[in-house]
Design a protein around this ligand. Structure first.
Ligand code: SAH
Length: 457
């Protein structure tokens, strides 16, 4: 038996997968495993996969095949395929296609891997592994060793799955029906994360503003925001994503407006700016509804930043319909637009019933037009920050510069020799671009002395 067992996790896709991978790390470390960035030296390799578009699925499958030689060299290696490539509906076909995979896990569930590993360990290490298994039960999320005391911003999934069924979307098939987590469990997890150094928490759900609506008399997202705000000491910032326009209630906007530690940033995808296309996508709102919502957000939360998602080249989208999306995006001037080219996903309504009739070339053309438009809008919005002082929460140092975010989720880089990790400091913005900004810490002048960098530690 080797003295130290090692694991390697590869994560693809959305923030939910990042959160799920962290949970797997936590469970593995409780079993005594240690993380390694090198798959060649790992005893357990987890691939946490995404299939939201064909390109993501291709990447996951490519990565999986690249592990085959490692498994051949080391038959004891445990390969765990996890996430949306596996899904919640069984994996017999995958087992045939990838016989070298040892364990298949649905999204968000470290259970199958841990059961596999502990069974194997029980043979060699009976009592100890039983104790370790109990340690796993206490529900507290223990951050992986490499992140404990270092991770500043963490995710907490609050709604698993999705029951909306937009016609293009594979997520409900892969992540199952909508299930909200009990508020107490979320609060416990938030406290555990804060105890381990986390300052900012982002609540996650496919439609996060539906939180609690699947539980009779359940708490709503605004209740949860209030409770996190009031009951979790040391939590400096709270965010949530992604919202669906139809569930963005006044109570929710009020909570964001009134609670100082809930950040003024809303992620609310429009997907298309033409009513016919929206109907075919089964989004259940109109372009005018969305326009009104943006107006309401801006009136209720002045200075809020807003991010959206858009799919170009949905089946049947004409040039004129695309132009509606372009014009609306130009009119609304949102801070961020995540753009995607339509990709038919097996099993979805659009893939079964609507021909993928916009050519790849045309999808790319529309994509680039929106990209260029949005770059200009973002550059203009961000330029308004020039010379302003903003509060930045610093997360980490990349290539010699500290990286942090403003309350509105703008990325800010600052040069400093001090250790800024986890601190919220006022920063004067000295340069802005469409995707990030640079700033400087103000100089504090002690009486009669030479100026020293301001520091609130
Ligand atoms: N439930 C969340 C996230 C869904 S996935 C939401 O409603 O926003 C993230 C984004 O991927 C979606 O917002 C959508 O813009 C894009 N997307 C989803 N399915 C897609 C598909 N079949 N082709 C292209 N983009 C897709």
């Amino acid at each position: 038996m080797k003295s130290e067992l090692k694991y390697h996790i590869w994560t693809e896709g959305c923030q939910m997968n990042v959160a799920d991978s962290r949970r797997v790390s936590s469970a593995l470390e409780r079993l005594g495993y240690r993380g390694t960035p090198r798959p060649e030296e790992a005893d357990v390799i987890v691939l946490n996969t995404c299939v939201v578009r064909q390109s993501a699925e291709n990447k996951a499958v490519g990565r999986l095949f690249s592990l085959k030689p490692l498994k051949k060299r080391n038959p004891g290696l445990v390969i765990n395929l996890m996430g949306c490539l596996v899904g919640v509906k069984g994996h017999d076909k995958l087992r045939q296609r990838f016989p070298f995979v040892d364990v298949f896990s649905p999204p968000s569930d470290p259970g199958p891997l841990i059961a596999h590993l502990t069974q194997e360990e029980v043979r060699s290490l009976e009592t100890e592994s039983t104790q370790r298994r109990f340690a796993l039960m206490d529900g507290d999320l223990l951050l992986p060793e490499a992140e404990r005391g270092k991770l500043v911003s963490a995710f907490i999934p609050v709604v698993y799955g999705c029951s909306h069924a937009c016609t293009y979307c594979i997520i409900p098939y892969k992540r199952g029906v909508e299930r909200s987590r009990p508020a107490e469990e979320i609060l416990t997890e938030a406290r555990a994360l804060v105890r381990q150094g986390v300052k900012e928490i982002t609540l996650l759900g496919q439609i996060v503003d539906r939180y609690g609506k699947d539980i009779p008399d359940g708490p709503k997202l605004w209740d949860l925001l209030h409770r996190l705000h009031e009951e979790v000491e040391g939590l400096e910032r709270i965010r949530f994503l992604t919202s669906h326009p139809n569930w963005m209630t006044d109570e929710l906007l009020d909570a964001v407006a009134e609670l100082p530690r809930v950040m003024p940033h809303i992620e609310v995808p429009i997907q298309a700016g033409n009513d016919e296309v929206l109907k075919n996508m089964r989004r259940e709102y109109t372009a005018e509804d969305y326009r009104r919502l943006i107006g309401k957000i801006r009136a209720r939360i002045p200075g809020a930043s807003i991010a959206t998602d858009i799919i170009v080249g949905f089946p049947g989208e004409s040039a004129a319909q695309f132009q509606d999306t372009y014009d609306l995006l130009a009119e609304l001037e949102l801070d961020v637009a995540h753009l995607a080219r339509y990709s038919p996903r097996p099993g979805t309504v659009s893939a079964r019933r609507m021909p993928d009739d916009v050519t790849e070339e045309e999808k790319w053309r529309r994509f680039r037009l929106l990209e260029e438009l949005q770059e200009g809008i973002a550059a203009e919005i961000n330029a308004r920050y020039q010379g302003e002082q903003v509060e930045v929460l610093f997360e980490d140092k990349v290539k010699g510069r500290w990286r942090g975010r403003t309350p509105t989720n703008k990325l800010v880089f600052v040069e400093s020799e001090a250790d800024l990790r986890g601190q919220i400091l006022p920063v004067t913005i000295t340069w802005t671009g469409p995707w990030s900004m640079q700033g400087a810490l103000p100089l504090a002048k002690p009486q009669g002395g030479i100026p020293v960098p301001f520091h609130n530690a």
